[in-house]
Design a protein around this ligand. Structure first.
Ligand SMILES: [Zn+2]
Length: 229
């Protein structure tokens, strides 16, 4: 599958999505393609009436329940979310494969590297095909008319979380595995003044700070944010 074709397909589905979020979606298509994972964007903007119709599916209408969000209660309704599907490629054709496998998880990890929030990490309603970027705005704020910035200043800085040290490589590897599993983040075991873990990059300091906080409270390891670039 050619990258250009995948990007072309994705662009069509991203109409009406916030340009900053759409750019991340396209970047994700590129990054996954480089690893021989073909993804398609299945939905971007969903109007409030479309959301209400979807909400009725599995409730007053036939089908399975696919969302817990009524109109105005999903980031899709504000152009801040998109859904994807991993595809098998057979004879040059893309065949959506909804079985969550390691490719899906890899896409999740790469999306998070781009600063996107991945539904695959949610606890109450796991939503593997979903990514969103909220600009720190709650749905209530968006419903009341608050708007994300129209243009986002390019920030070339990147942030990582660095943990405190572990006793031996075995403990360090086990810790890396635990952190990956629980968070879906990219995690590296590194040696830098002791055995530590380092995450992939976050594009905003705030996100990295939240991640470090999570490491401290959930895992009880020391953690700090490191700035790069
Ligand atoms: Zn979604």
């Amino acid at each position: 599958m050619k990258k250009a074709d995948l990007l072309e397909k994705a662009k069509k589905k991203l109409a009406g999505v916030h340009p900053y979020v759409a750019e991340k979606a396209l970047k994700l298509v590129e990054m996954t393609c480089k690893e021989n994972i073909a993804i398609i964007i299945t939905q971007g903007l969903r109007t409030i009436s479309e959301q209400n119709l979807l909400y009725e599916q599995g409730r007053s209408k036939p089908g399975n329940i696919v969302t817990n969000a009524r109109g105005g209660h999903s980031y899709h309704n504000f152009g801040l979310a998109f859904d994807y599907c991993v595809c098998d490629v057979k004879g040059g054709k893309l065949i959506p494969n909804w079985t969550v496998d390691k490719r899906w998880k890899r896409v999740g990890a790469l999306g998070q590297e781009l600063g996107l929030e991945w539904g695959g990490n949610w606890r109450d309603f796991v939503d593997y095909p979903h990514f969103q970027y909220t600009f720190g705005l709650s749905l209530a704020q968006l419903r009341s008319g608050k708007k994300p910035p129209a243009h986002v200043k390019k920030n070339s800085k990147k942030y990582r979380v660095l943990t405190g040290t572990f006793k031996d490589p075995k403990e360090q590897q086990a810790a890396a595995e635990r952190l990956r599993k629980a968070t879906g983040w990219v995690v590296y075991a590194i040696e830098k003044k002791g055995l530590r873990l380092m995450t992939g990059t976050f594009s905003r300091r705030e996100e990295a700070e939240n991640a470090a906080e999570r490491v401290r409270t959930e895992f009880k390891w020391t953690a700090g944010v490191q700035e790069e670039g």
